[in-house]
Design a protein around this ligand. Structure first.
Ligand SMILES: CC(=O)N[C@@H](Cc1ccc2ccccc2c1)C(=O)O
Ligand SMILES: [Mg+2]
Length: 367
């Protein structure tokens, strides 16, 4: 398969409600979509990076630049298949989210041309999945309780609360006492705490949480291992894990007993599957994290989340949790589950009118 050209398209999707985490507040999801044109047809993907380098070192303008100047030129001479992309880009360091977007678009084109779904290609074992929801920091506890109530009524299998210093024990205690012991509840700090906060975080043990996600800095595995040794609640890593090798290092150091897998953060769906396999070999459950994706990323993530080791509900929520209007048809919760796309490739394509309406810029990179 040969690359004939690549379209980079920026879209802006207003969020239905502001999404506040310890990293800041998001009201619009600026996203970068990648469409590859090949001699066998086209493929779509989206880049997980945010507008600013707060969640990870990457950011959208930088990802577009490295794709335009380095990643795409390195692929033009190659006879492409899914396994050929990462080796062809290995000499270019980092930029895992940019690399993931390009690899996924090539993978989508390759699979569509062969009539194979991403789910089948990756080894999915389920056709629909219970999913979780990530709840941002709110101005008041009452607002938080109303939000959680709405999401539980919608059928979400797990509620994740964003926490940060000053917004942790009380919101967790109030949600637990309001909704009872049977709701699967987790927290995600997005690296907001310091090692000295360990004893404070240990008080979360009282609330029967399914996990505490990424309390400390991405590169501080020792602090995570120390907290893991102090408490009963499992520690889950997100920002710390950017490759299968990171996963092995973290597991061996006792820094986590659950991993949040995000294909964009680890360089693509093939590396994501490797992390799934490594975690399974160590008996660790994994789940699929979310990056406020459009339907393109949401569709691909559902295929990954259908693999056998993804035993915990992920952050692949229904479209309506984030957007009034998306570039693809919406994903809706049916009996608390989302259907895994079964069509060729990622199984969805943008709706032309919605794509046009949400587009803020496009550029074509010719071979
Ligand atoms: C659903 C969820 O909690 N996602 C990330 C955090 C996050 C937060 C804010 C974001 C803003 C723009 C793009 C991606 C973002 C991801 C997480 O698991 O840590
Ligand atoms: Mg997280």
């Amino acid at each position: 398969m040969k690359l004939e050209g690549v379209e980079l398209r920026r879209v802006a999707l207003p969020l239905v409600t502001p999404f506040r985490t310890s990293l800041g507040t998001q009201t619009v999801r600026d996203a970068l979509l990648v469409r590859v044109a090949t001699d066998e047809g086209e493929g779509w993907a989206e880049c997980a990076a945010e507008d600013d380098p707060t969640y990870s070192p990457e950011y959208l303008e930088g990802a577009a630049d490295v794709i335009r100047r380095f990643l795409v030129p390195a692929l033009f001479p190659i006879d492409l298949d899914p396994a050929a992309v990462a080796p062809a880009l290995r000499h270019l360091r980092g930029h895992v989210m940019a690399k993931s977007a390009v690899e996924t678009a090539v993978l989508d084109a390759w699979l569509r041309a062969r009539g194979v779904s991403l789910a089948a290609y990756l080894g999915a074992v389920r056709r629909s999945l219970p999913v979780g929801v990530s709840v941002g920091i709110t101005d008041t506890i009452d607002e938080l309780l109303d939000t959680v109530d709405r999401h539980l009524a919608a059928g979400y299998a797990r509620v994740k609360l964003k926490i940060e210093p000053g917004w942790d024990l009380e919101p967790v205690a109030r949600v637990r006492e309001t909704f009872g012991a049977d709701v699967m509840l987790t927290v995600d700090a997005n690296t907001a705490y310091r090692p000295a906060d360990a004893r404070h975080l240990a008080e979360l043990d009282a609330y029967g949480l399914a996990m505490i996600e990424q309390p400390f800095a991405p590169d501080d595995l020792h602090a995570h291992a120390r907290l893991a040794a102090m408490i009963g609640t499992p520690i889950c890593l997100d920002e710390s894990i950017t490759s299968a090798r990171d996963a092995v290092t973290a597991i061996r150091q006792g820094a986590c007993s659950i991993i949040n897998i995000k294909p964009g953060r680890v360089g693509g769906y093939l590396e994501a599957r490797r992390i799934h396999d490594v975690a399974a070999a160590h008996g660790l459950p994994v789940w699929c994290g979310g990056m406020l994706e459009t339907g393109l990323g949401r569709a691909a993530n559902l295929a990954l989340a259908a693999l056998p080791g993804f035993t915990l509900p992920g952050d692949i929520s229904a479209t309506a949790r984030y957007y009034e209007r998306d570039v693809t048809a919406p994903f809706t919760l049916v009996n608390g589950e989302l259907a895994v796309p079964a069509g060729p490739g990622i199984g969805v394509t943008p709706e032309p009118s919605d794509l046009e309406a949400l587009t803020t810029a496009t550029e074509w990179i010719p071979a």
